[in-house]
Design a protein around this ligand. Structure first.
Ligand SMILES: C[S@@+](CC[C@H](N)C(=O)[O-])C[C@H]1O[C@@H](n2cnc3c(N)ncnc32)[C@H](O)[C@@H]1O
Length: 216
């Protein structure tokens, strides 16, 4: 089991290093200016905290809080933050449905929302804990909206991972929505609307990721 979480850390790290600070955050409306000035950030389903520590390292005036319901991941995330001597990041074991804090300027989900049993409930909690002018950043596996369009090398790889990891994770949790790793932008927009978000758009993408932005 430990290897699954370590493998996840190593699988995603290169993409986050290459894209998160240089491309994805700048694609969001006004978020980088807030991060430079000093923002409150929550990273939900943060795993080993690769994304969390990258944001903290790049924006020293901001405070970044990583939450995950898996205790072993939070232990490892704390180790990574300590190794990097980061003073502006903290981690806590908490579920997406009830993580603490409010008034967040940015709430992020890196490849985690579709793994959750209740993504609508998770985003509803994000809606409640977000500042009035705050932003939700949803990083999801790249997917088109139909199965036929996803029958390409990237989609086939993600459907396989989704079958053994993402979908069972969701089905094992209350509500068990089972979005899967190939939910696609249209389905994710429906989830965000049901959670109360009035605005939703694709901020940017890579061949492997959709980067979606939601706000009140
Ligand atoms: C595929 S991993 C991604 C981890 C990390 N965000 C990354 O990009 O490396 C999905 C994460 O979501 C977490 N997760 C799943 N359901 C959750 C829930 N209901 N509340 C909090 N975390 C959850 C898992 O424990 C796991 O760490």
């Amino acid at each position: 089991m430990t290897r699954l979480f370590t493998g996840t850390e190593q699988f995603f790290r290169p993409g986050y290093r290459a894209n998160l600070v240089d491309s994805w955050l700048p694609a969001l409306d006004g978020v980088v200016d807030k991060l430079i000035a000093g923002a409150e950030v929550a990273d939900i389903g943060c795993g080993h905290g690769v994304s969390t520590t990258l944001i903290a390292h790049s924006f020293p005036n901001s405070t970044v809080h990583g939450f995950d319901y898996h205790e072993g991941s939070i232990v490892r995330a704390r180790e990574l933050a300590t190794e990097q001597a980061l003073g502006n990041v903290d981690f806590a074991v908490a579920s997406a449905a009830d993580y603490p804090g409010d008034g967040y300027d940015l709430v992020c989900y890196f490849d985690s929302l579709h793994d959750m049993g209740d993504p609508v409930g998770a985003l509803r909690h994000a809606h409640e804990t977000l500042a009035d002018d705050g932003t939700v950043m949803l990083v999801e596996p790249f997917a088109h909206d139909s199965l036929a369009e996803n029958l390409n090398p990237v989609g086939r790889m993600y459907y396989a991972a989704s079958t053994v990891l993402c979908t069972p994770s969701s089905l094992a949790q209350p509500v068990s929505l089972g979005l899967g790793a190939q939910a696609g932008e249209q389905r994710l927009a429906e989830v965000a609307a049901e959670a109360g978000f009035g605005s939703f758009r694709r901020a940017t993408e890579t061949p492997f990721n959709l980067v979606l932005e939601a706000s009140h």
